[in-house]
Each structure stands twice: as structure tokens, then as C-alpha cells.
Design a protein around this ligand. Structure first.
Ligand SMILES: [Zn+2]
Length: 436
């Protein structure tokens, strides 16, 4: 019996899923009950290219009190009240000193912000702007009991074996304590896509779906699996897929890659309200590690984003705050996003070089594919425009982009030509004109 995406979110969202923590491990092990998963464990201090795996962090207690013992905020009520990876601290502090360490959300006065200091060591608490504004006394008492100890960073990998070792990566991040849309929504969509792929027929590509802590998890996985990198032909990072906003497809660092061309040529027909943007203009996440020097996997990202990064506004109003709860996530939107990911994968599987078995212009009537231009002038023109580009040098996506047609319209014609044995598909270019 599998658990639905929304039920998994409801079950796991409030866990304290800091990057190396018991809460993260608990969530990952729960997800591993849903799908066959390999779990990698990288010990604290382990070098990962230019990085090192951080220690495990645990917050045992954190609160702020007036000097007469009135408690103003408490980590026991909400995990976001402590800065993730805060140093321990206990003592009386002046109001000024406290305010230097008390973080608020820049846009949501009622919400507790998500603040993390994984590598810059400092102590800190988080509160709503409303609470901060009410602090008028000269001094307060701060208690933060946290511990740093050797632990292991976990990465979950679901492999869907394909007909070849060539692989396509789906990446999601499970960190962020007590938040739902960023990025538990991406995790459950990725997981459900993996379940569907595992249940379906074998694909041309091997698919690897990763569930990891943001940034350091990607670096840990890539640096310990370098032998896999040459076989990674493309990827899609999934994040923020439950909120009420149109889909945004962000291109990779290599905008001319077949992954970029393929996804861009189908995207507009999958979400008519959706939009696309260049690398790093919509969101910034784990796709950076895959696109980076020495790796260079063309990894796009799919998310529901109201305000792209280039606007300077948060991607959605509740972003990185205590308002990012299951209340802003809908099961229908998760389903719709999952469907889009599966359609993108279908196109990716079909996107091969179209090689002509014919020379010259095809005698269309002879093959029963003639379209009468008196009845359907547009269909007639399209058929011939597509056929004259079937030369072993263009993929389905290349033809679609060249003609400004949706991927699926070109695919329909290519499938028909394949049926008539006029073309065949090849994963690599196969030019058929004499070289000169
Ligand atoms: Zn985030």
C-alpha cells in the first residue's frame, strides 16, 4: 500500500530536517519504505571536492525569556525559532545584543523566518517581526542548548534501470525543518515519478532520483560517484511544486543542450500559464552543483514560482517562513506537476536524431501520407517542412524549435514516418548527405 504525496507531506513536514540531523534521517528512512532506495552515508569531516561534510546538529532546547521568567518564544513550539546550526549560548543579554541575534522575516511580519548558518558559526534565534517590535525591556535571558557531534550526511538514491547506462537525474532536497513546499513537495513529486517509472516498461535511459540535503548533499554524491558523471546526459531539479503559482522551467548552464531543447519545445503545451527562464534567473538550488565546472550536466529545474529570482522578490509569499505549511500545498497541484514531469520524460525518451531512409523529397501520395493543401494547407506545409529536416542531423526537439512547433506535433509526424519505414531514430547524429 503506497502513501499518497499529500499524506507524506502531512506526515513529514514538521520534522526537524536540518542538513545532518536525526530528523533528516527519520524522514529519509520513512521515504525509503515507499520505494526501493539506496542510502549513502558520508561521515562528518569527509572531504567532498572543495567542501567538507558538516557535523550533526541537534537543538535540545532554545528559548527567550524576560528576566522575570516570562517565556517569549520556544523551540519546543516551532523548530524555526532556533537558527539552524546555531552555537549554544546561555545568559543575560542587553536588548541591543539580543536584536543582533534575533532574526525576522523580511516580508511576513507574523511569520518566523527560516535562517541557517551552517558554516558561519554564531548563535541566533528567530521570531516574528511583531514579537521583535514588542521587546522594550533593557535585558533578556537567552537559552540555546545545541550540540555538534560527528554524524553522517545521508543521500537517498532511487535507481530505475534503463536499456543503457546513459542516465537522467531527478534531484530534490529534503532539508529545511518544518516547511512543506520548499522542498518536501519536490521530494514527493520526484518519489511518485520514480514509483511510476519503476512500474512502467523499461526506458532507454537509466533514471536516478536523489533525495538529499541542499548543496552539500549534491556535492557529496557527485564527488563520491565521479564515475557516473560522464553518463549523465541531463537532469531536472524539482522544487516548490505544491503552491498556487504557474510552473517555471529554468534552463541549464548549457542552453543548447538536448535536455534544454527538448524540455523547452514541449513545456508551453504542458502548462499554458507556465513560463521559462535562463539559468539562475528563476531559482538557485542543487542544479548549480550539476551544472558546475568539472561536472557540466545540463540540469534544468521545474518549480512553481510567482516571482522569479530576477525580480528580487521571494518565489512565493510564504517562502522560507513558518507559513510554508501543508495549508499552501494542494494534492491536485502535486498531481499536475507530476504529470508534467512524466510528460517531459516521455519527450526526453523520444528525442532522438531522425534519420532518413529516403533520398529526395518523399512521394507522399505513394506512401498514403499526402495531405491535401486545399483542405488543410497548414498540415500540408508542416508535413513537408518536417520531412525536409529529417536528415540524421536534427533531433525531434531541434526540428520543433526550428519550426516553432510543439514537440508533440513534430513527434506525431515523425512517428507516422517511422511507421511507414521512411525514418528511423538514433541516439547520435547520423548525417545522410555526402560530406563535402
Ligand atoms: Zn529553500
Amino acid at each position: 500500500m503506497t502513501t499518497t504525496m499529500i499524506d507524506l507531506i502531512n506526515e513529514l513536514w514538521f520534522l526537524r530536517r536540518d542538513i545532518v540531523s536525526d530528523g533528516f534521517d527519520q524522514a529519509l528512512h520513512r521515504l525509503a519504505e515507499e520505494v526501493p532506495m539506496r542510502i549513502y552515508a558520508y561521515p562528518s569531516g569527509e572531504p567532498c571536492w572543495t567542501w567538507r561534510v558538516p557535523e550533526k546538529w541537534t537543538c535540545h532546547a532554545a528559548y527567550l525569556e524576560t528576566l522575570d521568567g516570562r517565556r517569549l518564544l520556544d523551540y519546543a513550539d516551532h523548530p524555526l525559532h532556533a537558527v539552524s546550526y546555531s552555537l549554544p549560548f546561555e545568559g543575560e543579554v542587553s536588548r541591543e545584543e539580543l536584536l543582533r541575534h534575533l532574526h525576522v522575516h523580511p516580508h511576513q511580519p507574523e511569520a518566523i523566518p527560516f535562517v541557517f548558518k551552517y558554516y558561519v558559526r554564531d548563535w541566533g534565534l528567530c521570531a516574528s517581526q511583531v514579537l521583535r517590535d514588542s521587546l522594550t525591556e533593557a535585558a533578556y535571558r537567552v537559552v540555546i542548548r545545541t550540540s555538534f557531534e560527528p554524524g553522517t550526511l545521508k543521500v537517498g538514491e532511487v535507481i530505475i534501470p534503463g536499456e543503457s547506462q546513459r542516465s537522467f537525474m531527478l534531484v530534490t532536497h529534503l532539508c529545511h525543518p518544518a516547511m512543506a513546499n520548499d522542498d518536501l513537495s519536490g521530494v514527493v513529486v520526484g518519489l511518485d515519478v520514480a514509483r511510476e517509472l519503476l512500474a512502467g516498461p523499461p526506458r532507454r535511459f537509466t533514471y536516478r532520483m536523489l533525495i538529499l540535503p541542499e548543496t552539500i548533499g549534491s556535492v557529496a554524491y557527485l564527488s563520491h560517484n565521479e564515475q557516473l558523471i560522464p553518463d549523465m546526459y541531463g537532469g531536472l531539479f524539482l522544487e516548490m511544486l505544491g503552491n498556487d503559482a504557474p510552473h517555471a522551467l529554468q534552463g541549464s548552464f548549457q542552453p543548447d543542450s538536448q535536455a534544454d531543447r527538448c524540455f523547452k519545445s514541449c513545456f508551453s503545451s504542458l502548462d499554458p500559464t507556465g513560463y521559462t527562464g535562463a539559468y539562475r534567473t528563476i531559482i538557485d538550488n542543487d542544479e548549480r552543483q550539476f551544472n558546475a565546472p568539472g561536472v557540466r550536466v545540463p540540469m534544468l529545474s521545474l518549480s512553481r514560482v510567482e516571482a522569479p529570482k530576477s525580480t528580487g522578490r521571494p518565489p512565493y509569499p510564504e517562502y522560507h517562513s513558518s507559513l510554508d505549511t501543508p495549508a499552501i500545498v494542494s494534492a491536485a497541484r502535486l498531481e499536475a506537476s507530476k504529470k508534467i514531469v512524466l510528460e517531459l520524460i516521455d519527450a526526453w525518451e523520444r528525442n532522438q536524431y531522425v534519420v532518413n531512409n529516403f533520398k529526395g523529397e518523399v512521394f507522399a501520395s505513394g506512401y498514403g501520407i499526402w495531405i491535401d493543401y486545399h483542405i488543410n494547407p497548414q498540415g500540408h506545409r508542416r508535413l513537408f517542412e518536417i520531412m525536409e529536416r529529417c536528415d540524421g542531423e536534427r533531433t525531434v526537439a531541434d526540428i520543433a524549435l526550428e519550426l516553432g512547433l510543439p514537440f508533440h506535433s513534430v513527434w506525431e509526424v515523425v512517428a507516422l514516418l517511422q511507421d511507414k519505414n521512411l525514418v528511423w531514430l538514433n541516439p547520435l547524429p547520423q548525417p545522410t548527405a555526402p560530406a563535402r
